[in-house]
Ligand binder design. Structure first.
Ligand code: FES
Length: 98
């Protein structure tokens, strides 16, 4: 299953919350292209879409752990956040949610 978000709704360097059937996803337009992860930080549920983006890492706004948007690894946390494939397709970003 995939989901398309208009590119015009995204700002480079800022996160956006995307909701789909109860699932919450944080979508980022990084310098390396779009990245998408589950929106809730695995440490304690912080809203990753509100974090500060640096490259392909986002700093969670709650306790400032850094989350790698490519691997899902979270600093000082045993759990990873789920990552989703995302690509630009014309004027949209397509997320693969399967
Ligand atoms: S909830 Fe994200 S670092 Fe604690």
């Amino acid at each position: 299953m995939s989901l398309a978000i208009p590119l015009a709704e995204l700002r480079p360097g800022e996160g956006r919350l995307v909701e789909d059937g109860g699932r919450e996803i944080a979508l980022f337009l990084t310098d390396a292209g779009p990245r998408a992860v589950d929106a809730r930080c695995p440490h304690a549920g912080g809203p990753l879409q509100d974090g500060i983006l640096s490259g392909t890492r986002v700093t969670c706004p709650l306790h400032l752990r850094r989350v790698d948007l490519d691997t899902g690894e979270v600093d000082d946390c045993a759990e990873r956040v789920r990552c989703y494939a995302a690509r630009v397709d014309g004027d949209r970003v397509v997320l693969e949610l399967a």
